[in-house]
Design a protein around this ligand. Structure first.
Ligand code: USQ
Length: 384
């Protein structure tokens, strides 16, 4: 199978390229935005990463396959269209979006960037597939945060049948996101649904929870490291707690800490994506996937990181930070998940506790490097 990864230089993009290149022909596009934007907030990847050219060379030197790379911005339509014509991929995976909620909340400029970059890249993908390769399977990275934290059970379906004013109809599953970034993904979902209705675009739309981890089974050499962010803007909560533990900072639980999300490790994310690529939906179908492994509150996570750190001789304390975000700090959270279990995902028994120790070990080895960016860790971006 030929697979194209949009956003191949990112945390998930590079890790997935390593996994898929073992069995498929992989190409990718990236505009290197995340590398620049992380510098903009005074931070850097916590694990050292090579340039894309050096990464591809390292894969080959380590006996892997050739990965073809296009340095370009897919919000320029011709960049994406021409690459699709050249590669004729069977599957196109779209990660090429601004992926940070706090970044989108900095100010008007950053909110507008998230909207413009994310929505335009997806509409470009929709049209480029229609014009250049209409049978391709589009795998789109959305987010569990599209749903928000509703007081009802969230179905794994793009539509719901409901009765309003005594009349029954099918409506799109209600969404209420919590940042401009998360809203940009809701708008993407609506655009993909419309393209599916109009032209039968084949779509897997993934609602993924926060990912954590420093490695996958394919990252066996430091030259293959994928990026790892931990600053207030680009780091996700578990990755941040692990760096805080290594640096002797209190773990930054925001507010009451009852915020519950569906988490999964980098290895699980990559494996789930592989399963979805290898098992596409029927041609013309729209498949929604709720992608996570375990539910935790952010306070429970802090306790797990504290315990894992203790087992490695690191004394971590749990702190409390005034919540910079506008979000529910105690809430109901029940999410349907059936697509991935049906593909065998739950048979791979991995959990947070096992992963945390290996993350803390990897990060402890980078302590000096991480220390330089201590000032970028505490939150400064306020939602209000
Ligand atoms: N949080 C803390 N302490 C921290 C950082 C975060 O308590 O130091 C809390 C936040 O307030 C929030 C929760 O942890 O309640 C998750 O925050 P996060 O920064 O880990 O994740 P989020 O901003 O929601 O975004 C991340 C990824 C995004 C992805 C999303 C999945 O950056 O790309 O879409 O996770 S989800 O959270 O399910 O929407």
């Amino acid at each position: 199978m030929k697979v194209m990864i949009l956003g191949i230089d990112g945390y998930l993009g590079w890790a997935l390229a390593l996994r898929l290149s073992k069995r498929h022909e992989v190409s990718g596009i990236d505009n290197m935005f995340t590398r620049k934007a992380v510098k903009e907030v005074g931070s850097d990847s916590g694990l050292p990463i090579l340039s894309m050219g050096e990464r591809i060379k390292a894969v080959k030197e380590l006996g892997g396959a050739d990965i073809r790379f296009y340095d370009g911005d897919i919000t320029r339509y011709e960049v994406l269209h021409d690459a699709i014509i050249k590669e004729r991929p069977d599957t196109i995976i779209h990660f090429a979006e601004e992926r940070s909620a706090p970044y989108s909340m900095i100010d008007h400029k950053h909110a507008a960037y998230a909207m413009q970059n994310n929505i335009v890249s997806t509409i470009n993908l929709i049209y480029a597939v229609r014009e250049a390769n209409p049978n391709a399977h589009v795998v789109k990275m959305g987010t569990m945060g599209e749903y928000g934290t509703p007081n009802f059970d969230v179905p794994e379906s793009p539509y719901l049948t409901t009765t309003i004013g005594g009349k029954e109809d099918s409506i799109t599953t209600p969404k209420f996101a919590g940042s401009w970034y998360h809203w940009s993904k809701v708008h993407d979902t609506n655009n993909l649904l419309f393209a599916n209705r109009l032209w039968g675009l084949t779509v897997t739309n993934i609602m993924q929870g926060p990912v954590y981890g420093t490695r996958t089974a394919d990252i066996t050499d430091p030259r293959l490291f994928t990026r790892f962010d931990f600053d207030e803007t680009w780091g996700t909560v578990v990755n941040r707690y692990c760096v805080e533990a290594v640096l002797g900072m209190p773990l930054s639980v925001y507010g009451k800490g009852g915020q519950t999300r569906g988490f999964l490790s980098l290895e699980d994310s990559v494996e789930a994506l592989r399963l979805l690529v290898d098992n596409p939906p029927d041609s013309g179908a729209f498949r929604t996937v709720n992608q996570f492994r375990e539910l935790f509150s952010v306070l429970q996570l802090a306790t797990s990181v504290q315990n894992a750190a203790k087992s490695l001789g690191i004394d971590a304390t749990i702190g409390s930070v005034k919540n910079p975000r506008v979000e529910k700090e105690e809430h109901y959270y029940n999410i349907e998940r059936k697509v991935l279990p049906a593909l065998g995902f739950d048979k791979l028994k991995r959990n947070m506790d096992g992963e945390l120790k290996s993350m803390l070990t990897d990060l402890d080895a980078q302590k000096q490097h991480l220390e330089r960016y201590r000032g970028a860790i505490m939150p400064r971006t306020m939602w209000r």
